[in-house]
Design a protein around this ligand. Structure first.
Ligand code: NAD
Ligand code: IPM
Ligand code: MN
Length: 348
């Protein structure tokens, strides 16, 4: 039996609903493949913040370092500034563990109506996850006055761009061999030309991969009009963030979209979480779509070396969707628990 110690942070809002649903499905598929999960539930998040003034304990990152992987729901609530909740948990984890690849596959799923009915989408967004536009450098001066100025620097390093581009090119080489790089070098004159140059340099090492550079504004439109043209998309932290919600919605719903925050070298734990957030507008109703969280669990299985179990879990949720057990965001009436039960039933 393979045993894996997993840190579970259900977090806020619908994280509390979709995480248990996914854990149930992972236990079911694990049982069929000799995989035992030791789930360590950590009650970190906004309630922890309210009680202790912090999203996680002071030594939270040291605690997480000892696990094989981290399984996260979402964090963020309407009454605490996002800068406290996200920069107090999610972003420090991504950085401390050098999870510099945020892998976000997008596919049309059986039975899930897409606004682009009948189109086949099968792409992966490789989002740079440690630097770029998400920087703490900058500040505000003359606060509250008519002359107030806010400055936010972007930081792109050669090492940082190169490693994510290399990962994306390697991924494309094993798929359809097409790598699209999202750029904005027509408007952002220092960082984006640098991004383009480093990506081109990496592509020289991948003769089997066709590189394409697209301006991110046109790329956003093209993703809606011609999503089947894309194989792997590599993008900066902010562009990748925006494109992944867009692509997720185009494929049916962001409720289905998974992600893996990967440390590809395996030196540190990777973290798996859906693309969506805590969805305060539907939290507590039991109607959240758990597919994004379950699929993130499949990415976790894959990363832990269980490709077969991962594929079986994907097949199980696809069959559940196809049979009509779907939440409201994808045209059904099922509850979160009913979807989880249907997925589990396909794994017995
Ligand atoms: P959101 O992704 O939480 O919700 C956007 C819309 O999509 C909402 O209408 C919501 O109901 C719907 N939706 C999202 N997930 C769904 C699901 N599984 N099933 C059905 N419908 C779903 O984005 P938001 O409303 O902009 O953000 C809410 C909070 O979550 C904010 O505090 C934000 O900062 C945070 N957030 C956290 C993470 C994270 O922890 N990784 C990610 C994104 C947003
Ligand atoms: C995501 C989220 C986060 C991000 C926010 C909540 C900081 O939108 O994981 O996609 O921008 O990375
Ligand atoms: Mn996002």
């Amino acid at each position: 039996t393979a045993r894996h110690r997993i840190a579970v942070i259900a977090g806020d809002g619908i994280g509390q609903e979709v995480v248990p649903a996914a854990v149930e499905c992972l236990d079911a598929v694990g049982a069929r493949h000799g995989i035992a999960f030791d789930w360590h539930h950590l009650d970190w998040g906004s309630d922890h913040y309210r009680a202790h003034g912090r999203m996680m304990p002071v030594d939270g990152l040291d605690t997480l370092a000892g696990y094989d992987a981290i399984f996260l729901g979402a964090v963020g609530v309407p009454d605490i500034p996002d800068v406290e909740t996200l920069w107090g948990l999610l972003i420090p984890i991504r950085r401390a563990f050098a999870q510099y690849v945020n892998l976000r596959p997008v596919r049309t799923l059986p039975g899930v109506p897409s606004p682009l009915a009948g189109r086949e989408i099968d792409l992966v967004i490789v989002r740079e996850n440690n630097e770029g536009e998400y920087s703490e450098i900058g500040g505000r001066i003359y606060q509250g006055s008519a002359d107030e100025i806010a400055i936010q620097e972007s930081v792109f390093t050669r090492r940082g761009v190169e490693r994510v581009a290399r990962f994306a090119a390697g991924l494309a080489a094993g798929r359809r061999g097409l790598l699209t790089s999202a750029t904005k070098s027509n408007g952002i004159v220092h960082t984006m030309p640098f991004w383009d140059e480093v990506v081109r340099g990496v592509l020289a090492d991948y003769p089997g991969v066709t590189g394409r550079q697209e301006l991110v504004d046109a790329l956003a439109a093209s993703l809606v009009l011609h999503p089947e043209r894309y194989d792997v998309i590599v993008a900066s932290n902010l562009f990748g963030d925006i494109l992944s919600d867009l692509a997720g919605a185009v494929a049916g719903s962001i409720g289905c979209a998974p992600s893996g925050n990967l440390n590809p070298e395996g030196k540190h734990p990777s973290m798996f979480e859906p693309v969506h957030g805590s969805a305060p507008d539907i939290a507590g109703k039991g109607i959240a779509n758990p597919i994004g969280q379950i699929w993130s669990g499949a990415l976790m299985l894959d990363t832990l070396g269980h490709a077969e179990a991962a594929a079986e879990l994907v097949t199980a949720f696809e069959a559940a969707l196809e049979s009509g057990v779907r939440t409201r965001d994808i045209g059904g009436t099922a509850t979160t628990a009913e979807v989880a039960a249907a997925v589990r039933a396909n794994l017995t």
